[in-house]
Design a protein around this ligand. Structure first.
Ligand code: 13P
Length: 248
């Protein structure tokens, strides 16, 4: 299976998210052989996007950008896995570097959240990635493997977990697209993990998507800015579908 996902991060109103999802529904139809598309809107739009895709059985998975590990309780501002699932989420992003940097996400909370998501039968998408400084000091691969190991530690079913390798230095408007040889060694190590798949994210674009998909160990792409326009997502999807056919 090849994956193409986008997180809207903190963008889009419900109306904008619904229009985007409607376009995707039209483009994906009954599904694309060997490709699993997913969209992760802000929490406010999870239910809206689910509806606009035609419901929970859509071939496009809807996700949440974060979750709490408890099922319910006095955790002001948080959303639980059952709540996200109730809104239509089937995949939950955990440990994005923006959350690690700004909201205190740690390997310990990533582990708790990963377990919570699996407990409820949803798919955890665990984000891992090294900083520029760590890479420069020669510890990039070890740091990424340590983050992944922390998330998977003690799990009965690591094969239900998706990993997104997102080097911090490659993400967002201040990031730079990686050269293949910079990320290939990390991807090779991650591909040895007993997980459902490894996605690459960070400055993915229509220009580099095909090349990134061809890297050994890459099962898909997790895209921010370059997929926030629905037509751009549809074009990326065509690239992923072509790649899926070529490797079938
Ligand atoms: P960009 O594609 O905008 O660099 O963001 C990647 C990302 O963080 C996806 O979660």
């Amino acid at each position: 299976m090849r994956w193409l996902g986008t997180s809207f991060k903190m963008t889009k109103t419900r109306a904008e998210a619904a229009a985007y999802a409607a376009r995707l529904r039209e483009a994906v139809g009954d599904g694309l052989e060997g490709v699993c598309p997913f969209v992760i809107p802000s929490a406010t739009a999870i239910a809206t996007v689910t509806d606009a895709l035609g419901g929970r059985d859509s071939p496009v998975l809807v996700g949440a950008q974060n979750t709490h590990w408890a099922d319910e309780g006095a955790w002001t501002g948080e959303i639980s896995v059952p709540q996200a699932a109730d809104a239509g989420a089937r995949i939950i992003e955990i440990g994005h570097s923006e959350r690690r940097a700004h909201f205190g996400e740690s390997d310990a909370t990533v582990r708790l959240k990963t377990r919570a998501v699996l407990r409820h039968g949803l798919a955890p998408l665990v984000c891992v990635g090294e900083s520029e400084e760590t890479r420069a000091a020669g510890g990039g691969t070890d740091a990424v493997l340590a983050q992944a190991a922390a998330a998977l530690d003690g799990l009965q079913n690591p094969t239900d977990v998706l990993i997104a390798y997102e080097p911090v230095w490659a993400i967002g408007e201040h990031g730079r697209a990686p050269r293949p040889e910079e990320i290939a060694p990390v991807l090779a190590e991650l591909s040895d993990l007993p997980v459902k798949g490894v996605l690459y994210g960070g400055s993915v674009s229509e220009g580099n998507a095909a090349e990134l998909l061809r890297l050994p160990g890459v099962d898909g792409l997790f895209v921010g800015r370059a997929a926030w326009d629905a037509e751009a997502y549809v074009r990326l999807l065509a690239t992923v579908a072509r790649h899926a056919r070529a490797v079938a």
